[in-house]
Design a protein around this ligand. Structure first.
Ligand code: ATP
Length: 370
C-alpha cells in the first residue's frame, strides 16, 4: 500500500501544554482513518497541523509523496498548497451563494474555466444525491443537506486527502446515522482517503478502516475497529472504546495467554490475558468485562465454580437487547443480553464472565463501586 499521508514524530506545544506529543502515523490510499479521543486530547490540533493551519515544533508531514511540513528544515506549505479538502463541524456554507456557487467557488478561485466548473459541480451534486438542488439557497436546505454541500465543496477540488473534523456532530441522531453510511459510500465511490476526527466511538467504529486512539496528546494505539475493541493496547484504550465494568479479583497464576483468577464469591475461573495490559503475576487485581461477555442465569441455585451471586438493580429495554446493572458484591456490572432474556429488577442471579481483561487493581474499580 502507498501511504498518502505520513506523520513522523509530530509534536505541537502551546506554552506548557503539549497538545500533540510525538505522533507518528500513516494513512493509505483508499483508507478511512479516524482519530478518536476525549475532548482536549489533541486530535483537532493534529488535523489542523496536517491542513497547514498550525505549525508543529517537531516532526514532519508527507502528503502524496511530497514533504509539506518539516520542522527541521522549516518547510511549511500553506493550506492552499496542500492537496486536501476540509470539512468542519460548523457547516461553513456561504449563505449568500446558492448551492452551485458554494461548491464551485474554490474552483473559480483556482481559475478553472466556467464549463469545467459547471461539469465538475454537477458531478459532485449528483454523487451526493442533490443533482437538482443547485439553484437553492443554503437557507432552503436541511442541516444534513448543508453539511453535504460543505462536503461537496471539499470534494470538488479533487483533493488527494479529505480532512473531516466532527462533521456530523451538529446533526440529530437519526440523520447522523444515515450520514455515516453516506460518507462511507462517498469514500468507497471516490476512493479518497479520509482522516476523520471524532470523540464519538460508535461513529469511529462504524466507519473506519483503522482508528488511532489518543489521550493527552499521545497516540495510544492504531488498529482496526476490531483490534482496538478486542485487543486494547493500553488501559486507556480499554476504558475509552466500548463499555467496561470492573470486578475485584485475585490472580492465582498465569498460564501463557490466560490467567487463573478468583472473583466475587465464585470459585476458580480463567480469563483471557491481554499481554499488553498491566496484568499482575499474582494477587489482587481487577477483572474488566464488556457487557456482552457477562452471562446471567436466573437462579442462584445454578451457581457453580466460576459464577458469582448478583442482584439485578436496574434494567433497561433497548428493543433488540436488555441492559442490566447487576450488583455483585460492592460493584455494579453492566450486562447486555438478547431481548429474549427478561429478568426482573430485584431478582437474584448467577453471574458468569465469558471473557475479560485482568488488569492491576489501581483505579480500576472507580466507576463501578456503589
Ligand atoms: P475537542 O474534541 O474538544 O476539539 P481535541 O482533542 O480536538 O478536543 P485539541 O483542540 O487538539 O483537542 O486541543 C489539545 C490541547 O491543546 C488542549 O489542551 C487545548 O486546550 C490546547 N490548545 C488547542 N489549541 C490551542 C491554542 N490555540 N492555544 C492554546 N492551547 C491550545
Amino acid at each position: 500500500m502507498t501511504a498518502i499521508l505520513t506523520l513522523d514524530g509530530l509534536t505541537k506545544r502551546y506554552g506548557q501544554v503539549t497538545a500533540v506529543d510525538n505522533v507518528s502515523l500513516s494513512i493509505d490510499a483508499n483508507e478511512f482513518f479516524s482519530l478518536i479521543g476525549p475532548s482536549g486530547c489533541g486530535k483537532t490540533t493534529t488535523l489542523r497541523s496536517v491542513a497547514g493551519l498550525e505549525s508543529a515544533q517537531q516532526g514532519a508531514i508527507q502528503m502524496a509523496g511530497r514533504t509539506v511540513f518539516d520542522a527541521a528544515t522549516r518547510r511549511d506549505l500553506p493550506p492552499n498548497k496542500r492537496p486536501i479538502g476540509m470539512v468542519f463541524q460548523s457547516y461553513a456554507v456561504w449563505p449568500h451563494m446558492n448551492i452551485f456557487e458554494n461548491i464551485g467557488y474554490p474552483l473559480k478561485v483556482r481559475g478553472l474555466p466556467r464549463d469545467a466548473i459547471k461539469a465538475r459541480v454537477q458531478r459532485v451534486l449528483d454523487m451526493l444525491g442533490m443533482g437538482d438542488l443547485g439553484a437553492r439557497m443554503p437557507s432552503q436546505l436541511s442541516g444534513g443537506q448543508q453539511q453535504r454541500v460543505a462536503l461537496g465543496r471539499a470534494l470538488a477540488i479533487e483533493p488527494s486527502l479529505l480532512l473531516l473534523d466532527e462533521p456530523l456532530s451538529n446533526l440529530d441522531a437519526k440523520l447522523r446515522e444515515s450520514m455515516r453510511a453516506e460518507l462511507k459510500q462517498v469514500q468507497r465511490d471516490t476512493g479518497l482517503p479520509i482522516l476523520y476526527v471524532t470523540h464519538d466511538q460508535d461513529e469511529a467504529l462504524a466507519m473506519s478502516d483503522r482508528i488511532g486512539v489518543m489521550s493527552a496528546g499521545v497516540l495510544h494505539q492504531i488498529g482496526t475497529p476490531t483490534e482496538v475493541y478486542t485487543r486494547p493496547a493500553t488501559r486507556f484504550v480499554l476504558d475509552f472504546i466500548g463499555t467496561v465494568s470492573y470486578l475485584p479479583c485475585e490472580v492465582l497464576r498465569r498460564e501463557g495467554d490466560t490467567v487463573a483468577i478468583r472473583w466475587g464469591d465464585a470459585g476458580e475461573a480463567s480469563a483471557t490475558l491481554e499481554v499488553n495490559l498491566d496484568t499482575p503475576e499474582r494477587g489482587p487485581a481487577s477483572l474488566a468485562v464488556r457487557p456482552e461477555h457477562v452471562q446471567l442465569t436466573a437462579s442462584q441455585e445454578a451457581a457453580q465454580p466460576g459464577l458469582a451471586r448478583g442482584t439485578i438493580k436496574i434494567r433497561a429495554y433497548l428493543g433488540d437487547a436488555w441492559e442490566y446493572h447487576v450488583r455483585v458484591g460492592d460493584c455494579l456490572v453492566r450486562v447486555r443480553t438478547d431481548s429474549a432474556q427478561a429478568l426482573e429488577e430485584g431478582s437474584e442471579v448467577a453471574v458468569g464472565v465469558r471473557q475479560g481483561f485482568v488488569v492491576s487493581a489501581a483505579d480500576g474499580e472507580r466507576d463501578s463501586v456503589l
